[in-house]
Design a protein around this ligand. Structure first.
Ligand SMILES: *Cc1c(COP(=O)(O)O)cnc(C)c1O
Length: 407
């Protein structure tokens, strides 16, 4: 059964187990039975039966041996599994990183003279691609306020080809009204792309909520163990075919070893996300009551900015959120972070281990600096990625951090 069939037949937990384990990928020719996981098929050259077979060629779709750059069974199994997680998708393209997925998808759908509108809370490299790279190809890009659908409607012009969304924003965590924004886009013939890394397809069925293309950094929740980099784009036909063609023009390919690691990560993604979501809510509500904290930016927290939309549109969350100090300077914030034992200091998130980094998200914006009318305190914050540790241990670690601030 294909991933697409799974999407309509099974619940998400079952799909995570069944995903990508088609018999043709888990059994060896001439053998009865098979193995549980699709094995790692290493290969650049794919062999043909004879010259007539070579001359016949192969359909340009997953599942057909052609040449290593079009992947092999391990990559096809992963792509199929991801398609099965995203109701409404006809296919998934894999990329060597999340950023590659964003860049290549934008290159696939935009051409000279087009305009891209990107939400002002976009991940920094997305902003860089939009403003730095696309311009060289005669494509203009402007930021829009993701919390103001009317403003988006007013900005769309005849040149606007696509909008790029991210929800929640990966630093400021504001949730935007994706069904409203994508309705506006669709009415004007504009393609909606979402960076769905935060919730993953499990927590936000992006195509069902009106998006045309859903992009994820698989480096985060799907990999889940901080040991691989990968990205993907899922969409219905014909958009997915266009993305596929451009991915091939640009030589995008992932290794079968990484695809096997991503498949392994996928199996436990559901329970990992349940656990990190629950711990994040516990820790976020505890932080909210701390005197050192002026605001917790966590849409999963009742009463926090974005909670209403999150509750309405999302089916899950994850361990990533930010908070703002009431009173801190850069030195005391650094002491806070440096005093943490259990939180590593590093980019990325979605691994089994907790991480903390300083955030000053107001600086990268064109529109409002902070979501809603919240008490932004001193404006200096920390982004936490909550891992699988005991929440009590993590809170004790944060208490150590507060004590080290000495303010
Ligand atoms: C990390 C991240 C990406 C990029 O993914 P890489 O795999 O690191 O290239 C894209 N979007 C968001 C929201 C991210 O957090």
């Amino acid at each position: 059964m294909s991933g697409k069939d799974h999407a309509s037949k099974y619940g998400p937990a079952t799909r995570l187990v069944e995903a990508g384990r088609r018999k043709q990928w888990t059994s060896a020719p001439g053998q009865k039975g098979g193995v549980v996981n699709p094995p790692v098929w290493r290969g650049s050259t794919h062999l043909y039966e004879d010259t007539a077979d070579l001359a016949k060629g192969r359909p340009n779709a997953d599942g057909h041996f052609y040449y290593g750059r079009r992947g092999g069974p391990t990559q096809w199994a992963l792509a199929d599994a991801l398609t099965g997680l995203e109701p409404g998708a006809d296919g998934t393209e894999l990329f060597p990183s999340g950023v590659a997925a964003i860049a290549c998808t934008l290159m696939a759908i935009l051409q000279p003279g087009d305009e891209l509108l990107f939400s002002d809370n976009s991940y920094e490299p997305t902003r860089g691609i939009a403003l730095g790279m696309l311009e060289r190809f005669g494509i203009t890009a402007r930021a829009f306020d993701p919390l103001d659908p009317k403003a988006l409607a007013a900005m769309i012009s005849d040149q606007t080809k696509a909008i790029m969304l991210e929800s929640p924003g990966s630093l400021t965590m504001e949730v935007c009204d994706i069904p409203a924004l994508t309705d506006i886009a669709r009415d004007r013939g504009v393609i909606s792309i979402v960076d769905n890394t935060w919730a993953s397809a499990l927590g936000f069925p992006a195509l069902e909520r009106g998006c045309d293309i859903s992009i994820m950094s698989l480096t985060k929740h799907v990999g889940g163990h901080s040991d691989l980099m990968m990205g993907c784009a899922s969409a219905a036909a014909p958009l997915i075919d266009r993305i596929r063609q451009h991915s091939q023009y640009m030589g995008q390919v992932v290794s079968p070893d990484d695809a096997a690691l991503a498949l392994r990560g996928l199996r436990t993604m559901g329970i990992r996300l349940e656990r990190t979501t629950a711990s994040a809510i516990t820790i976020a509500s505890w932080l909210e009551a701390r005197p050192e904290v002026s605001a917790v930016l966590c849409p999963m927290l009742p009463g926090a900015p974005g909670f209403g939309l999150w509750e309405r549109d999302f089916t899950g969350g994850c361990g990533l959120f930010s908070f703002i100090f009431r009173d801190a300077d850069k030195q005391s914030r650094a002491r806070f972070i440096d005093a943490l034992d259990l939180f590593g200091i590093g980019y990325s998130w979605g691994g089994y281990e907790s991480l903390a980094i300083p955030v000053d998200p107001g600086r990268v914006r064109d529109f409002r600096a902070w979501p809603g009318s919240i008490d932004t305190g001193c404006g200096l914050g920390v982004r936490l990625a909550i891992g699988l540790e005991d929440a009590d241990d993590l809170m004790n670690d944060l208490i150590r951090g507060f004590a080290a601030m000495e303010i």
